[in-house]
Design a protein around this ligand. Structure first.
Ligand code: PMV
Length: 320
């Protein structure tokens, strides 16, 4: 049996504007998806623990399985397509049993789909002794995300594979930077968000007010660059202040809502250095940079959110 674990991620700065090529900073967090893979005689069995679908069996190469409700199919698709990618590389196929569970909220903007994909591909890479390097695993996982979602940013799969801090910028290959030690608490609204829809909404706003939105995105780019310096200096006050400025812009492009706002202000009132949406917005999660994790977590809870205490991790995908 092989066990692979892959982390989720947060955006410190730069979501949405990154879609238009401006720089962004993402970090791996130590909440993981865990895949245990085992060979068996025939067929493929997937046993999810807390993903959004029930156990399923299908034939190798086959698409048949249990009746799965439409909206649950997607998460399974990441797993099926990951298996397919590996079977394209490895011609001799065996039956498989995969046990999968995650510590990440599903559809909460913390990169649960990337982590499930990276962990599945890595577990099978190890199980079949393929020796694929991390860069290749990250690339295959990105292809799977694109196939399932129609489009995707390589940021999530890269960060989940490599761990640490990722700088993303148009025209430059993704780079893993030195992993900072930042005390982070996440607040989950317990609502999922629809990234595709929110990206489209921002696009429409940008088409209506191109000069205004382009200037806002240029500012987010500057926030990211300055933020990266302050992360290197570990100046928590400045990192937090820049998160707050970034949040002001995210608010102005209409991806905020009452639940997210409550959690952002709950965190700030508890003494956090800074707090902002992470990911697409419209639901999902906020992040807070705070010295007092307990106090911030309690405050998030009082305002209706689910606190998730975590750290930034240098550890990308792991194999046991
Ligand atoms: O909510 P997530 O984790 O899917 O992040 C979306 C980030 C966006 O910048 C809005 C879109 C993207 O693909 O970069």
């Amino acid at each position: 049996m092989v066990k692979a674990t892959a982390p989720g991620k947060i955006y410190l700065y730069g979501e949405h504007s990154v879609v238009y090529g401006y720089p962004a900073l993402a970090c791996a967090i130590n909440k993981r998806t865990i895949v245990e893979a085992q060979k068996k005689n025939e067929g493929i069995t997937i046993l999810p623990k807390n993903l959004s679908f029930e156990s399923v069996k299908f034939k190798i190469g086959g698409e048949e399985g249990n009746e799965i409700p439409e909206k649950q199919i997607k998460k399974l698709d990441y797993i099926r397509k990951s298996i397919k990618k590996i079977f394209e590389i490895k011609s001799e196929k065996t039956g498989l049993k995969l046990k999968i569970r995650t510590e990440l909220p599903i559809g909460g903007g913390l990169g649960s789909s990337a982590s499930v994909t990276v962990a599945t591909i890595s577990a099978l890479n190890e199980l079949y002794g393929l020796n694929l390097p991390r860069k290749k695993i990250s690339k295959l996982a990105y292809e799977v995300e694109k196939e399932v979602q129609g489009s995707a940013s390589p940021c999530d799969t890269f960060t989940s594979t490599m761990g640490g801090l990722t700088r993303v910028e148009k025209g430059k290959s993704l780079e893993k930077k030195k992993t900072p030690k930042l005390p982070i608490v996440i607040g989950y609204t317990q609502e999922s968000s629809n990234t595709k829809q929110l990206v489209e909404q921002v696009k429409q706003l940008k088409e209506e007010y191109p000069e205004i939105i382009n200037n806002l995105f240029t500012s987010i780019g500057e926030i990211t660059k300055r933020g990266q310096k302050e992360v290197q200096n570990r100046d928590l006050e400045k990192i937090g202040e820049l998160m707050n400025i970034n949040q002001g812009i995210l608010d102005s492009i209409k991806i905020n809502n009452l639940k997210l706002s409550k959690l952002i202000y709950a965190a700030r009132e508890s003494g956090a250095y800074g707090s902002k949406i992470t990911g697409a917005g419209g639901g999902g999660c906020i992040i807070a940079l705070t010295d007092n994790k307990e106090k911030t977590a309690n405050s998030i809870k009082v305002f209706g959110g689910e606190p998730i205490k975590t750290q930034i991790t240098n550890q990308g995908v792991t194999i046991e």
